[in-house]
Design a protein around this ligand. Structure first.
Ligand code: F6P
Length: 324
């Protein structure tokens, strides 16, 4: 291969730049020219390629976001969009592609591969819902950000004897809520995978004060139903609850920004290097780089994108044991 391209697609995460840097420098080391794709799959469809030199990726290792830009692309979901992207890649003389993306983007990558484009996927998502890998780029930084924020909230909650409902990201997956509940010592975790009634939540708050706690921290995953606002409304309507104040905080996109942790920098760099080397020697075509234990391995993209990653039973059990 003489010319490869790299694209970041879907929601951004800390560590994307570290990966783009590793991809660029590894490919240049092996004698390849590198092009970056602007604005994710949208840019791929529109042929927005920019040359990347070693100097262009200098100093970005610790930067959050992505220097290439990213997007959620409706057009790339269609075969017409994928074919247009393929034509743009061929027109630009690109022999191989590294796709750094979450589940939706990697599904799209697999379609592009089946249309004939040699490519390798690299998993990134703060949600940790990518099947086939223990963890993806971005998860560790997001968890650290949440831990820092919850710690601050806990300080003020304790001073005022308050209950806090803290919403963390995860539309379909409760991993961030579950893991942050455990590492922050929350009293309760509400996740889409496990039903809990609003009456149960009210009872946890009442019990927290009854046993002498000075606060009650409830971590709510974005995808938990009926949702943070409904819960807040319910709690304020329960008679006799005036003994405690309830406040809510939505952490939102703060979780997606910031400088990547040491873990994410290393993971992103290792994954970027392997993605390029397995693209160049052909062993990674149609595959995704994955972390299993401490080892990086290649897994089939079709397999990795055909299933939903289940929540760790171990973490569920620990939360049940300790979050109360
Ligand atoms: O998929 C990652 C994620 O961060 C989810 O946790 C969240 O629900 C979603 O992206 C938010 O997406 P957007 O930035 O497009 O609103």
């Amino acid at each position: 291969m003489k010319r490869i391209a790299v694209v970041t697609s879907g929601g951004d995460v800390p560590g994307l730049n570290a990966c783009v840097r590793a991809v660029t420098r590894t490919a240049i080391h092996h004698g390849c020219e590198v092009l970056g794709v602007r604005r994710g799959y949208e840019g791929l469809i529109d042929g927005l390629f920019i040359p990347l030199t070693s100097r262009d990726v200098s100093g970005i290792l610790r930067q959050g976001g992505t220097i290439l830009g990213t997007a959620r692309s409706e057009r790339f979901i269609t075969e017409a969009g994928q074919r247009q992207a393929l034509a743009q890649l061929q027109r630009a003389g690109i022999d191989g592609l590294v796709v750094i993306g979450g589940n939706g983007s990697l599904k799209g990558a697999y379609q592009l591969y089946k249309l004939g484009m040699p490519l390798v996927g690299v998993p990134k998502t703060i949600d940790n819902d990518q099947y086939g890998t223990d963890i993806a780029i971005g998860v560790d930084t997001a968890l650290n950000t949440i831990a820092d924020a919850v710690g601050r909230i806990k300080d003020t909650a304790t001073s005022h004897n308050r209950a806090f409902l803290i919403e963390v990201m995860g539309r379909q997956c409760g991993y961030l809520a579950l893991a942050s509940g455990i590492i922050c010592g929350a009293e309760m975790v509400l996740i889409p995978e496990q039903p809990a009634t609003m009456e149960q939540v009210a009872q946890v708050i009442v019990d927290s004060y009854r046993i002498g706690k000075a606060h009650c921290i409830i971590i709510v995953a974005e995808g938990w139903k009926p949702g943070l606002q409904a819960l807040k409304a319910y709690l304020s309507s329960v008679p006799g609850n005036s003994r405690f104040d309830v406040r809510e905080v939505v952490l939102g996109h703060i979780q997606r920004g910031g400088t990547p942790t040491a873990f994410d920098r290393l993971l992103a760099t290792r994954m970027g290097v392997l993605a390029v080397e397995s693209l160049l020697d052909g062993s990674g075509h149609g595959k995704m780089v994955a972390l299993h234990g401490a080892q990086l391995e290649m897994v089939d993209l079709g397999e990795a994108t055909s299933r939903t990653k289940p929540l760790s039973r171990d973490l569920l059990r620990i939360a049940e044991l300790l979050c109360k």
